[in-house]
Design a protein around this ligand. Structure first.
Ligand SMILES: *Cc1c(COP(=O)(O)O)cnc(C)c1O
Length: 366
């Protein structure tokens, strides 16, 4: 049996007609940038998140970068980010000229450990980026309390968390502003790159919109040295087809996760923390840990099961960040995660037969 790590096929087969129609509608409209589809998607995604504002941008990385710029964060400033996340979180900080300061996650949740944030706060600290990694919400109450005490901005990196809920509230409105990615592999993915900023703060929304449009507030009038980062009409139209299905697709993933939780019984394999009422997970990925990770990966791949490591090299040990001069051993939890994690197949449309095959193979691993 061959089981991919992920596939879009069941999702796209289900809405194929809508996607075809969307594509034709955009061609016929003669508008490809800054038209009706983007405007409508922004409204629909803001409503979905129960937020006042949504601004479409080109990528998830840009969403974070533009939020930081809108907060006037730049040279000489420090921004706290988790030591275990996709590198885009830190790159957004670097792009605006500030320095990412890594704080270790909790091994159980993979999310930033609020108890370790305060010791990293200095006079230069301007913001904390909390990442809802893997689709599990970070502990936003704890993060917001620290930020309030030290007068810092809070940003959510919600690139893996479309529809994730924390204490009954959708992520995206649990901070000053949130960055979403619509990279195809995310739970809400375009058929290309895309991203959005979600916020209840009008000033941030307006500034992000201007910054992503060459710093322009109206045509040929430029108030900032901005960039070009916009969500195009085709991607907006595709995203509008998908958004109404997102909750159902997320629920499907939660069911697959529950089967994994019930079925995987192998003392060599550590399962992630199950979601709960207060921490509603959307299982963007299902990450297990194993001391013999590389052996396990080889074994699964040989049995036709696709896997990915999220992520194999922590950011502080990447060549790109050697200027930060953070030695191996100084962020042991991020390092432990990089050596032991393995993501197993998780996608909408995964059949019981496929799920059971993965479970059986995992249980047979010695
Ligand atoms: C995907 C991702 C990003 C970046 O999104 P892009 O759209 O690929 O630029 C940022 N942060 C996290 C946690 C991500 O998973």
């Amino acid at each position: 049996m061959k089981i991919p790590f992920a596939t879009f096929k069941p999702m796209h087969d289900e809405i194929r007609k809508d996607l075809d129609q969307a594509y034709n509608k955009v061609i016929d409209s003669n508008y490809f940038i800054q038209g009706k589809e983007c405007e409508l998607f922004e409204k629909e995604f803001a409503d979905y998140c129960n937020a006042k504002y949504c601004v479409g941008v080109a990528t998830g990385l840009d969403a974070l970068y533009l939020i930081l710029r809108a907060m006037n964060i730049g040279n000489g400033d420090e921004v706290i980010v988790p030591s275990n996340t996709y590198i885009a979180t830190a790159l957004a900080v670097s792009y605006c000229g500030a320095t990412p300061i890594f704080v270790e996650p909790e091994l159980e949740t993979y999310n930033i450990n609020p108890a370790l944030i305060e010791e990293k706060i200095t006079d230069q600290t301007k913001a904390i980026i909390a990442v809802h990694l893997q689709g599990r919400p970070a502990d936003m109450d704890a993060v917001n309390e620290i930020a309030k005490k030290h007068n810092l901005y809070v940003i959510e990196d919600a690139a893996q968390a479309h529809g994730t809920e924390y204490k009954g509230q959708k992520v995206g409105t649990l901070s000053d502003a949130a960055g979403f990615s619509f990279y195809p592999g995310k739970n809400l993915g375009a058929l290309g790159d895309g991203g959005a900023v979600v916020t209840n703060n009008k000033e941030i929304a307006d500034k992000v919109r201007a910054l992503g449009n060459y710093g322009s507030d109206y045509k040929y009038h430029h108030i900032y040295k901005g960039t070009n980062s916009r969500l195009d009409e085709i991607q907006s139209a595709f995203l509008r087809c998908k958004l109404p299905h997102l909750d159902k697709w997320n629920e499907y993933r939660r069911n697959v996760a529950n089967k994994y939780f019930e079925g995987i019984k192998n003392p060599l394999i550590k399962l992630p923390l199950k979601d709960s009422e207060d921490y509603r997970h959307i299982y963007h990925v299902f990450v297990i840990r194993c001391a013999k990770r590389d052996e396990l990966e080889k074994y699964l791949n040989e049995n036709g099961i696709g896997t990915v490591k999220h992520y194999p090299i922590p950011m502080h040990l990447q060549e790109a960040y050697k200027d930060l001069n953070i030695k191996e051993g100084s962020l042991p939890i991020a390092e432990e995660i990089s050596k032991t994690v393995l993501s197993i197949p998780m996608y909408y449309g995964m059949t019981d037969e496929e799920v059971n095959y993965v479970i059986d193979k995992l249980n047979a691993f010695k």
